[in-house]
Design a protein around this ligand. Structure first.
Ligand code: IMP
Length: 429
């Protein structure tokens, strides 16, 4: 058996789509363990692009089964639209997608509260959420008044629970200028989606365990990134779920002893969408180059992403809290042709210089940079490390040495084969 977790090491958008796509060539089961329609991958089906936010990208590999596990929050309407879009392009979803009956449903009042709160916040306090109802849905889960997908199958039970949730949200909505939500109308609109998705519901923790015990390759796919994790991120500018590898245990129902490796996704530079601290942010022509060449615009919201240099203390922190066994280094090609190249190696804090990431004191800390040699020759053709120009090789080695773990994959272009692969990630340890 081999169960591998793949988790973002930065603020999300590390280029997971391509790496997961490569790994799913060998995965029997692809399991998404956290988040909801706030994530987004662009899948290329034939000559057409489909953006999926909920369905794991393994759906494109006919041999893989995809699981949406109980750590997720699901907007049933969005999920039905995704299934329609995939099936219209000839991707068979029926029989290959399993949905946890314990995942929580995102309901209209979650979307409305999310959007109204963002609208009402001051510039400094605004989180810059994706407005997909993620935060309020996880709030309901923690408050024990959430609606799980399994609840929706029993109509009267669902009505009672939705009525209670509407009552709880009603003063909040009114204070934000909204109306009291109607449980009846919500249920009415939801019913066709519930009828359609009910046959997909299962105890997915059991499905995952059966696969691991059956000697299958299981890929546990996180969403967002370490610094957006509700426990380990730049709180309060975070999402509301456990994006780190530990989230795979609770979110998919897999014990830590069953996990064989953790691949950290590291983009060769850093990006962030939404509000919150970003010490290595660039607001000059280099930042613009990274945004333009890297196509750094949100796949869910279309917002331009903030861009900046790689942050080694942040990566060391991510390697530690995720227990990373290797990294997949993405978008190395975007760094080609930069006029200068720097990397944050330490921080100057109130207490002096440190190589630790000052997570709780970012606003008061100044990044210390080291200049690296940029490279100008295209690296898209490289298929082994030796094919890279010396400067690019030095960049990879510098990251490996800083983190003390190897780069098992280096991506040098968006195409599937534009990849330097080192070793078999699904090989048993
Ligand atoms: P929420 O997850 O919509 O509540 O947004 C909370 C924060 O997480 C905001 O800063 C979002 O921009 C950020 N965020 C959520 N999902 C993603 C993602 O997939 N990539 C990058 N940032 C994200």
């Amino acid at each position: 058996m081999t169960a591998i977790v793949i988790a973002g090491a930065q603020w999300g958008d590390e280029g997971k789509g391509k790496i997961v796509d490569l790994l799913t060539l060998r995965a029997d089961l692809v399991v998404r363990y956290a988040g909801g329609p706030n994530a987004g991958h662009t899948l290329v089906v034939g000559n057409e692009k489909v953006v999926v936010r909920l369905v794991p990208s393994g759906i494109l590999r006919p041999a893989s089964t995809c699981v949406m596990a109980q750590g997720m929050v699901v907007d049933l309407r969005v999920l039905c639209e995704e299934i329609d879009a995939l099936e219209a392009r000839g991707v068979k979803v029926a029989g290959r997608l399993v949905l946890s009956d314990r995942a929580h449903a995102i309901l209209p009042y979650h979307l409305e509260v999310d959007a109204r709160r963002e609208g009402a916040a001051t510039d400094a306090a605004r989180i810059g959420t994706t407005k997909k109802g993620i935060g309020p849905c996880y709030e309901d889960k923690a408050a024990r008044r959430g609606i799980r997908l399994g609840d929706l199958v029993h109509r009267e039970h669902a009505r009672e629970r939705i009525e209670a949730a509407c009552e709880a949200w009603s003063p909040v909505l009114r204070a934000l200028g909204g109306q009291t939500p109607s449980a009846g109308a919500i249920l009415e609109a939801l019913q066709p989606h519930v009828d359609r998705l009910a046959p997909l519901l299962a105890d997915t923790a059991k499905v995952v365990d059966d696969a691991i015990r059956g000697g299958k390759n299981v890929l546990l796919e996180g969403a967002q990134g370490t610094l957006l994790d509700v426990d380990h991120g730049t709180y309060p500018f975070v999402t509301s779920s456990s994006a780190t590898a530990g989230g795979a245990c609770t979110g998919a129902g897999v014990g830590p002893t069953r996990i064989d490796g953790v691949i950290g996704l590291v983009k060769a530079y850093t990006t962030r969408v939404g509000g919150g601290p970003f010490p290595t942010e660039l607001s000059d022509a280099v930042g613009e180059h990274l945004r333009k060449v890297g196509g750094e615009f949100g796949s869910v919201t279309g917002r331009p992403r903030r861009t900046g240099w790689l942050d080694l203390p942040a990566l060391r922190f991510a390697a530690r809290v995720n227990g990373m066994t290797s990294i997949a280094l993405t978008k190395m090609d975007v760094m080609t042709g930069l006029e200068r190249l720097e990397v944050c190696v330490a921080y100057e804090t109130k207490a002096g210089r440190t190589e630790e990431f000052p997570l709780d004191d970012l606003a008061q800390s100044k990044p210390i940079f080291r200049a690296m040699k940029p490279w100008s020759a295209s690296i898209d053709h490289a298929r082994k490390l030796e094919d890279l120009p010396t400067e690019a090789r030095e960049y990879v080695t510098m990251i490996e040495e800083a983190l003390g773990i190897p780069a098992s994959l280096v991506s040098v272009g968006p195409e599937r084969d534009a990849t330097i692969a080192r070793g078999d990630l699904f090989a048993p340890r």
